[in-house]
Design a protein around this ligand. Structure first.
Ligand code: NAD
Ligand code: ZN
Length: 351
């Protein structure tokens, strides 16, 4: 096997990424080396590409990006027994420490010492990626390969949707980026009644319809809260799934939430968000929950079950497919908010 491989890397503290030669990762006794078949670009990768304030504080170049992928196990370390070469896998890219307070409580997704592969250490935009064996998720062969590459954001959606009651519930999804769009499909698959969606981008509103939203609103052009209240007999929705991180969307989401409802917040605002706690949370008796990552590994079990049952049609999400070296096209397309998920192929395009 060659000692070097091609990888998409952040080489310097500044804008852009470069397609580089890098050493094939050396695995430890408890690690697995995966040959990446399909990878997918996350909004976080766009932030790192653009070198925004968050990236400047977090990313330490040089580092290979990429945390959404699937592939085939190439080889395993000598202590690894549950995974073998040839297995078709994805992975939980949040690596927990196993010994902090939350890890001991079985809440590894909010570990105090979390490290993210593809952000804090070399990731999957490469021919090979090194993963701790305990983070590997073996994929059922019934799951299509392109779905295997987006389990990380799908897991965010499943975690959020299933963080409270959903069957028979009215739902508002604020923000229809890839994760909001997936949440619409998951909520419908899990039996929610009316799913409302708000989104300011026209292309994404069209995609929200395709993913199964019943009522899609443009909050920049109409009073979305008034419409949702009117459609729910003045009551509001049972569940708010906040997927935008936009302060206005968050505030509107709370106004549209019914008394006794739950607000599950996944979107990450870049500034502090003023809320009317008295009227929109306390007097409403609302349940507010922050959602981070995916539950390890309850979310993965639920997501696999939904996919195996054929309950999720995610096809409308998929846009272009490019070899890894054509990453510039893909990043430009995504920055314009035009595409859903763009897939990159580090080891050749599928036949
Ligand atoms: P995205 O940026 O592609 O999607 C956000 C969408 O919100 C965009 O389509 C945007 O047009 C829309 N939007 C903006 N203002 C709006 C408004 N006022 N009303 C309605 N919609 C509005 O992001 P994504 O990749 O789908 O991720 C969704 C959010 O979740 C982001 O904030 C992301 O940072 C965050 N995130 C959180 C976690 C976590 O673990 N908590 C994990 C991944 C992503
Ligand atoms: Zn921990």
């Amino acid at each position: 096997m060659a000692a070097t491989m091609k990888a998409l890397r952040k080489m310097n503290a500044g804008r852009g990424l470069s397609f580089e030669s890098a050493p094939v990762p050396v695995i430890g006794a408890a690690d697995v080396l995966v040959r990446v078949k399909t990878a997918s670009i996350c909004g976080t990768d766009l932030h790192i590409y653009g070198w925004d304030r968050w990236s400047q504080g977090r990313i330490k170049p040089p580092v290979t990006l990429g945390h959404e992928f699937c592939g085939v196990v190439e080889r395993v370390g000598q202590e690894v027994t549950a995974v073998e070469s040839g297995d078709f896998v994805s992975a939980e890219m949040h690596v927990n420490c196993g010994h902090c307070h939350q890890c001991r409580l079985g809440e590894a997704h909010i570990c105090q010492n979390l490290r993210i592969i593809g952000i804090d250490q070399d990731g999957a935009f490469a021919e090979f990626v090194k993963i701790p064996a305990s983070n590997i998720w073996k994929l059922d062969p019934a799951i299509p390969e392109h779905y295997g590459a987006i389990l990380d954001p799908l897991g965010n959606a499943v975690h959020t949707v299933l963080a409270g009651p959903i069957a028979g519930q009215t739902v508002l999804v604020t923000g229809c980026g890839p994760i909001g769009l997936m949440s619409i499909a998951v909520a419908k698959a899990c039996g929610s009644s009316t799913v409302f969606a708000t989104e300011t981008n026209e292309n994404r509103r069209a995609m929200a319809k395709k993913m199964g939203a019943d009522v899609v609103l443009n909050p920049a052009a109409e009073d979305a809260v008034a419409r949702i209240l009117a459609d729910t007999n003045g009551t509001g929705v049972d569940a708010l799934l906040e997927m935008s991180g936009n302060p206005t969307a968050i505030q509107q989401g709370f106004k549209a939430l019914r008394a006794g409802g739950r607000a599950s917040l996944l979107g990450i605002p870049t500034e502090n968000v003023p809320l009317d706690l008295v009227n929109d949370v306390i007097f409403k008796g609302a349940t507010v929950q922050g959602i981070y990552g995916r539950r390890m590994y309850g979310t993965w079990v639920q997501m696999t079950a939904l996919l195996k049952a054929g309950r999720l049609n995610l096809e409308p999400l998929f846009g272009e497919r490019e070899p890894l070296e054509k990453f510039e096209n893909a990043f430009l397309k995504l920055q314009g908010g035009l595409a859903g998920k763009i897939l990159l192929y580090p080891n050749g395009m599928p036949r």
